[in-house]
Design a protein around this ligand. Structure first.
Ligand SMILES: [Zn+2]
Length: 89
């Protein structure tokens, strides 16, 4: 029984993280979740694979330099411009 929990942690945890990261980047969460579960290396790929456009609730586009920054950030990390919070619901 403990082996099952161990296996679940080894494969399930990266798969769950991959699923979440892929969904935030508008990628197929099932394919990326599966890939991450088998090869956790894909988590690193996903993490650094920023989207190329705004994804509501996850990433926003800076109005000044058009860099993609995390949704919760209020200051653009590329050009230090304050980003509008008006869209955050
Ligand atoms: Zn910017």
């Amino acid at each position: 029984m403990s082996e099952m929990i161990f296996l679940l942690l080894i494969f399930g945890l990266p798969a769950a993280v991959g699923f979440k990261l892929a969904r935030a980047r508008n990628k197929n969460p099932f394919i990326w979740g599966l890939l991450s579960g088998v090869f956790p290396f894909f988590l690193v790929v996903l993490h650094f694979n920023k989207p190329t456009h705004e994804i509501k609730g996850h990433f926003r586009e800076c109005g000044n330099c058009h860099g993609i920054i995390p949704w919760k950030d209020t200051v653009c990390k590329y050009c230090a411009t304050a980003v509008s919070n008006a869209e955050i619901i």
